[in-house]
Ligand binder design. Structure first.
Ligand SMILES: Nc1ncnc2c1ncn2[C@@H]1O[C@H](COP(=O)(O)OP(=O)(O)OP(=O)(O)O)[C@@H](O)[C@H]1O
Ligand SMILES: Cc1ncc(C[n+]2csc(CCO)c2C)c(N)n1
Length: 251
């Protein structure tokens, strides 16, 4: 029998367990302060997608904090970036990239595509935390999920709001090690893009037996599931998005 390659996803970097490079991408959505404070403790590089810079600027009320948490770039078509915010970051020599010639990709995609095309971010150790990828307009959220599924396999992207965190699990067999500090054992879910044959281990309601041997958007999606272990194994024939609920709102 040929041994199947097992893909590993290790989220313990969120507990500060690994020495990984973290990039925090801020989109144009309200920023939940406790969420920001937790992730900023991982010493990330900050990048803002267009109006995301307004959100960062408004969150940090005094100039000392604004200086401390300076983004290294603001990227997008810049139609949402307020003048005072643009002037402020321009004065601080933050790179401001106007990509308004492109009317086919969202500001988030412009920003992320630009980042991952750079050598500094193309290594396997970089983790991208995208703040504000869910909530707000459902078409934006759905497009963000679609974009997540289209990323190259080596890109480690995590989409977040204060309720949940989503990441792609590629087709094949994957072992996921969860963060103890951030990811709640209750309230996890699996979002399929296409009709997917799937089996899991480590959940209270494992998938793998009829009718739960298949998941698809137009039949059934596992939500409100629970992890019974800090490690879960998933085997699927299409990429899916794993959703972990976060416990910020329970604090
Ligand atoms: N209402 C919203 N709901 C969900 N996500 C949003 C919303 N507004 C903005 N975003 C996210 O933040 C990113 C930056 O937002 P910004 O307001 O600067 O762009 P936009 O002009 O509204 O959208 P687009 O990306 O289509 O140009 C967007 O690309 C999108 O991913
Ligand atoms: C089929 C299709 N639908 C919508 C748009 C519009 N659009 C999508 S992203 C974007 C940029 C916004 O900053 C714009 C204008 C398109 N180009 N193609």
């Amino acid at each position: 029998m040929v041994d199947q390659k097992v893909f590993k996803i290790d989220n313990t970097f969120l507990d500060g367990a690994q020495n990984s490079k973290v990039v925090l991408l801020i989109l144009n959505r309200p920023i939940h302060r406790p969420l920001f404070d937790q992730f900023i403790a991982l010493s990330p590089e900050i990048i803002c997608a267009d109006g995301g810079a307004n959100r960062l600027y408004d969150l940090l009320e005094d100039s000392e904090d604004r200086q401390k948490f300076l983004p290294s770039a603001v990227i997008g078509d810049l139609d949402s970036l307020r003048k005072e915010v643009r002037d402020h970051y321009h004065k601080q020599k933050v790179e401001i990239q106007d990509l308004s010639h492109d009317q086919d990709t969202t500001d988030f995609e412009k920003c992320f595509n630009h980042l991952i095309s750079k050598e500094a971010f193309s290594d396997d150790m970089t983790r991208f935390l995208v703040l504000g990828a869910f909530g707000g307009r459902l078409d934006h959220t759905m497009r963000n999920i679609s974009y997540l599924l289209s990323l190259p396999e080596n890109i480690k992207a995590y989409f977040l709001d204060e309720y949940s965190m989503g990441f792609r699990v590629p087709k094949g067999k994957t072992e996921i090690k969860f963060s103890k500090k951030f990811e709640f054992t209750k309230g996890c879910g699996i979002i399929p893009a296409q009709t997917t044959r799937i089996s899991t281990n480590g959940l209270k309601w494992n998938l793998g037996q009829a009718p739960w041997d298949v998941t698809s958007l137009d039949t059934q999606i596992s939500t409100s599931n629970e992890r019974v272990s800090n490690e879960v194994t998933i085997e699927c024939d299409r990429d899916i998005v794993w959703m972990s609920s976060l416990n910020f709102l329970n604090e």
